[in-house]
Each structure stands twice: as C-alpha cells, then as structure tokens.
Design a protein around this ligand. Sequence first.
Ligand SMILES: Cc1cc2nc3c(=O)[nH]c(=O)nc-3n(C[C@H](O)[C@H](O)[C@H](O)COP(=O)(O)O)c2cc1C
Length: 196
Amino acid sequence: MIDNPTLKAIRERRSTLDFTSEPVTDEQVEAILEAGRWAPSALNSQPWDFVVVRDPQLRTGIAIILRRITWAWGGFARVPVMIVVSVDPSRDPDHFVEAGAVATQNLCLAAQSLGLASSWAGVYGSSRAAEGNVEQDLKAVLSMPRAHRIIAVVPIGVAQIERESYRRPLAEIVHPDRFRSLPGAEPEEAATPHRR
Ligand SMILES: Cc1cc2nc3c(=O)[nH]c(=O)nc-3n(C[C@H](O)[C@H](O)[C@H](O)COP(=O)(O)O)c2cc1C
C-alpha cells in the first residue's frame, strides 16, 4: 500500500486523554496554528479564531468544565497548552461547523507530525449535556463574544500512554458507484425530477 509521512500522521494520530507535563514550545504551537489557518472553508470564509491557553489557572478551569464531557480531566489539566477552536457564524452561516471541524483536524494532524499528541473535546453540541452548558461556561471563562461558537478544545502535549484505536474496515464503508442496500434502510428519492 502507498505510504508517506502525511498518510502516516493521519493513521497514527490518536485522541490522547492523559498527558505528561512536558513542554510544548512556542515554535511548535505556531506551526500547529499555521496548519489550522490553512484549513479549507466554504468561499474561503475562514470563520475561525484560535485561543491559545497556556495560563495554568485557566487550563485547570477549562479542564474542570471539560470534565463534564470527558473523564480524563486530570490529564487535560496537566497538558502545557490548549487550543480552543471557535468560529464566528456570521462569517459563514451555512458551513461554520465544518470549517471549525476541519481546522481542528488540521491542528491535531500538525501536532502528530511534530511528534506531539492531541485530543478533541467536542464542545459544539455539548449544550445538551445534562451537567449544564459546557460551551457557554467555556466562553465565559475565555471572555469570548456571545455570538461566537466553540467547536472544540484541543489539548496538545506529550502522551502519557499510547492508546490504540480501531476503524470500520474499508470493505464495510466503501460503496462502489452506488450505496449497497442496507437491511431496513429505504433508498432516498429525488426531491426534483432528474434532468438528462
Ligand atoms: C466531533 C468530535 C467530538 C469529540 N468529542 C470528544 C469528547 O468530548 N471527549 C473525548 O474524550 N473525546 C472526544 N472525541 C475524540 C473521540 O472520542 C476519538 O476521536 C475516537 O474515540 C477515536 O479515537 P482516536 O481519535 O484515538 O482514533 C471527539 C472527536 C470528534 C471528532
């Protein structure tokens, strides 16, 4: 199978929950942010902002809030840097979520390419969490404009433990030409007549 450093980084990136307190340099953070900046977005709207949190008190505060959606808050509190990915929906009302997500993945892959671990705390949509509105509480801690939305918090550091992961096999998820019929799933019908 074809392989190269980009494919290897994509394959080997893991969501890490437990970090050491080993440092991450400003130069490394800059390279990671640069990768986020170069993410694609609809009409090149670039609706993202990145809050880089290094302050230990703020990190602990964020980790405590994130404990509601991820159990490994201790490891998160130790991590030397967290990047909070936010988006301004007014810059891209239709696709701000995808733009924030693709920027987040760029950050994670860039970290991986530098030998650093990362994670993705899924803040967007966490307003449904029974424990309260995680996104709103994080925005308040970070003095973020009310209209902005947080997509994710990405802690970046050195992994304490190497995790394993798994993916559904290609044979299951790839459909040549047309979607294979799924038991109990009705195929979609066209909303508009098909033009030939
Ligand atoms: C949109 C999104 C939201 C996620 N939210 C969380 C989260 O809130 N807490 C958490 O521990 N991991 C979260 N993750 C990480 C996933 O749990 C992880 O990607 C998945 O288990 C596969 O593991 P891997 O990334 O190590 O291969 C999120 C990932 C994505 C893409």
